[in-house]
Every structure is written in structure tokens, then in C-alpha cells.
Ligand binder design. Structure first.
Ligand SMILES: NC(=O)c1ccc[n+]([C@@H]2O[C@H](COP(=O)([O-])OP(=O)(O)OC[C@H]3O[C@@H](n4cnc5c(N)ncnc54)[C@H](OP(=O)(O)O)[C@@H]3O)[C@@H](O)[C@H]2O)c1
Length: 336
């Protein structure tokens, strides 16, 4: 086992896109677990759009990462050494060990010893992004058979699962993604009824054609002009599930609100923002349904895996350039 731990430290708050020097790769000795602690080696690091939010000091849903701290990140790890009665070497745990090879912990979620799916499934469809899709759509979107559901970032980790749950509930599902190839993937592999490339010049007209009965539910992952085009088509009593606004996370200053905001009033629509951490007490509901859907093939998932801790800042940028399909993971070390 190596003696040194590599860690990405937040050295400076990015302005706009992440730039060289915002994060610094440093080395520190691998720590020894004290009483009640265990040392875990990270296998997979989750790269998420919200990582960019955590790097900023804007008002947000949890404290930002402080300058000089190890960058925060969700992880799947294997316990290497333990002085904790409930964790033994070889246990696979999910947690928030951050952008580093090794981390000490005293608490983590243990994965079941007998697993029917590969480990990346527990970082995607059975992890936080799967739960975000599940609770956001079912709890806030309240889909009913025959309704039209529109999903932005449809080829991504959350969006691809939202659309498939929508199909299970009998909705007509229209995805939105950034390339024709991604749109084919969304329709052919995830079973959406249609998918539109928002980079097409006539996107607004294509959206109107794909939603002839208007839009009952918008699962909003992006914001910006895509949200405006959707708001222009919403039906009476539409639900807008405000999950994310990735189009604005790299903004250098204040961003304008939706131009079609008035449609919320005219259509008596319901817009609700949500953050998945509020649903943690209800995860058992998700665990009861989602694994079965995946095992019986009703829900498919996709992962984009890059390798090497040193790649973390560059790999994170893929989320903002559309370089991923499905859940973006960074593999730091081999699975046991
Ligand atoms: N509320 C919560 O608790 C919660 C939890 C998890 C995620 N989220 C949010 O959900 C959204 C999706 O997250 P994810 O983890 O599933 O990421 P993802 O969809 O797997 O990846 C992000 C995708 O966003 C698209 N994108 C990036 N910049 C864009 C832009 N300017 N305009 C349009 N599309 C853009 C890209 O796809 P294209 O190639 O299609 O452009 C990219 O692949 C994010 O907004 C995230 O913050 C919220």
C-alpha cells in the first residue's frame, strides 16, 4: 500500500469556467485510523454539476468548500483498515470522502455484501442521481398516464432516469439534449417518445411539434433559453420540477430570470425547487422500487467513466461541455 495520499485542494474560487490553478493537486501522508475510525480507499468519485456550485461562495444549500480544503465529492470506497466495530476491511461504502485517494471516516453507508448489479450502478441509477430522478418526478411532478413530460439534459444521469420513470407511469416523454447522436441514444436506448436537439436553430418550433397537446410536466435540469421555450408551451396546472440550472453554474455574474415567467401565472402552474438531501429520510421508498426496475430491465442506466484522480478538474468540465452520457464517474483505483 502506498504511504502518500493525493488530494485536490480548492486553492481559489473559479470565476466562470474552472481554470488551471483553481484546484491544486497536493500530497499528504495517508492517515492511520484512530478509535472508531476506518481508512477507505476510493474506487469511484462522483463528478456532479453541483461540484461547481460548492466551489463558489454564492448562497447555496450547504456550506461551500472552504479555500485550502480538500474538494468535496461523493465516493464509493473499500475499507482498507478499521478500528470501527461496524466496518471491516473489504466492506464497500458510499460516502463523501472528497477528491482524494484515501480518507478516514467514522460513518458511511455500507453496500449490501450480495449485490446483483455492478458497482457503478450504486453511484448512478441506485445512487443520488437515481434518487433525484425518482423523488423529483414522483413527488413534485406527480405524473399521470397520458400527460406530456419534458426532460432537459435527457441523456444525462438524472434526465435519462426521469424519462424512463415517466414512461413507466404512462406519460408521453420528450427529451432535450445537445446533439443528434445523444437524441438517438435517448429514444433508442432509454425509450423516450421523442428527443430534440436544443442546438437546432428551430428548436422552439420542434418543441411545439413534439408536444402537440402542450406540456404538463417539465423536469428542469438546465434553465436559460430552454426553460423559456418550455414555459411558452405549458398547460393549465403544469408542474415544473426545478432540479437544476446547469446553464447558469459557470455564470460570471447575476443571470436573468425566465423571460416567460408570466406563464406560471397565466397557467396557474406549480414550480417547486428541490434538493435531494431533503429526501434522505425517505430513501427506503426508492430502495424498495428502483433496484427491481433495473434488474427486470424496465430502467436502463448509462455511465461515462474516466480514470485517474489527476484528471478530476478536466473530467468535471465534461458536464458543462456535454462530454458525458449518463452518470459521470472518475475511477481512482481498481475494484477489489
Ligand atoms: N436538485 C438536486 O438535488 C439535484 C441532484 C442531482 C443533480 N441535480 C441537477 O440536475 C441536473 C443534471 O445533473 P446530472 O448529474 O444528471 O448531470 P448530467 O445531466 O449527467 O450532465 C450534465 C449535462 O447537462 C447538459 N448541459 C451542460 N451545459 C448545458 C447548457 N448550457 N445548456 C443545456 N444543457 C447543458 C450536458 O448535456 P447536453 O450534451 O445535452 O448539453 C451535460 O451532459 C444539473 O442541473 C444538476 O445540478 C440536482
Amino acid at each position: 500500500m502506498p504511504t502518500m495520499n493525493r488530494q485536490w485542494i480548492l486553492a481559489r474560487r473559479p470565476v466562470g469556467e474552472i481554470a488551471a490553478g483553481d484546484l491544486e493537486l497536493r500530497e499528504a501522508p495517508i492517515p492511520e485510523p484512530g478509535d472508531g475510525e476506518f481508512l477507505a480507499r476510493t474506487i469511484y468519485l462522483s463528478l456532479d454539476p453541483t461540484n461547481r456550485i460548492w466551489m463558489s461562495d454564492q448562497d447555496q444549500y450547504m456550506p461551500p468548500v472552504e479555500l485550502g480544503e480538500v474538494m468535496r465529492g461523493g465516493t464509493l470506497s473499500v475499507v482498507e483498515r478499521s478500528r470501527h466495530p461496524d466496518f471491516k476491511p473489504g466492506d464497500i461504502v458510499s460516502g463523501v470522502a472528497g477528491w482524494q485517494d484515501y480518507a478516514l471516516a467514522h460513518i458511511a453507508q455500507k453496500l449490501p455484501a450480495h449485490r446483483s448489479l455492478p458497482l457503478p450502478a450504486y453511484m448512478s441509477v441506485l445512487g443520488m442521481t437515481g434518487a433525484t430522478a425518482y423523488f423529483g418526478l414522483l413527488d413534485i411532478g406527480k405524473p399521470k398516464a397520458g400527460e406530456t413530460l419534458v426532460v432537459s439534459a435527457a441523456a444525462g444521469a438524472v434526465g435519462s432516469i426521469v424519462g424512463q420513470i415517466g414512461k413507466l407511469k404512462g406519460c408521453r416523454v420528450v427529451g432535450i439534449a445537445g446533439s443528434d447522436e445523444k437524441c438517438r441514444h435517448v429514444v433508442n436506448d432509454f425509450g423516450f417518445d421523442a428527443c430534440l436537439n436544443y442546438k437546432h436553430a428551430n428548436f422552439a418550433q420542434e418543441l411545439a411539434r413534439a408536444c402537440p397537446d402542450g406540456i404538463d410536466i417539465d423536469f428542469e435540469n438546465v434553465g436559460g433559453s430552454i426553460l423559456d421555450d418550455i414555459l411558452a408551451r405549458i398547460n393549465l396546472k403544469a408542474r415544473i420540477v426545478l432540479c437544476g440550472l446547469i446553464a447558469t453554474y459557470n455564470a460570471k455574474g447575476p443571470v436573468p430570470g425566465p423571460y416567460n415567467f408570466a406563464q406560471l401565472l397565466m397557467k396557474r402552474a406549480h414550480l417547486e425547487g428541490f434538493i435531494i438531501i431533503d429526501y434522505l429520510p425517505r430513501l427506503a421508498e426508492f430502495w424498495q422500487e428502483m433496484p427491481g426496475w433495473v434488474e427486470d430491465g424496465h430502467i436502463k442506466y448509462d455511465v461515462t467513466i474516466r480514470r485517474g484522480l489527476e484528471q478530476a478538474p478536466e473530467a468535471l468540465k465534461l458536464l458543462f461541455t456535454g462530454g458525458n452520457t449518463g452518470k459521470l464517474l472518475l475511477q481512482l483505483s481498481d475494484e477489489p
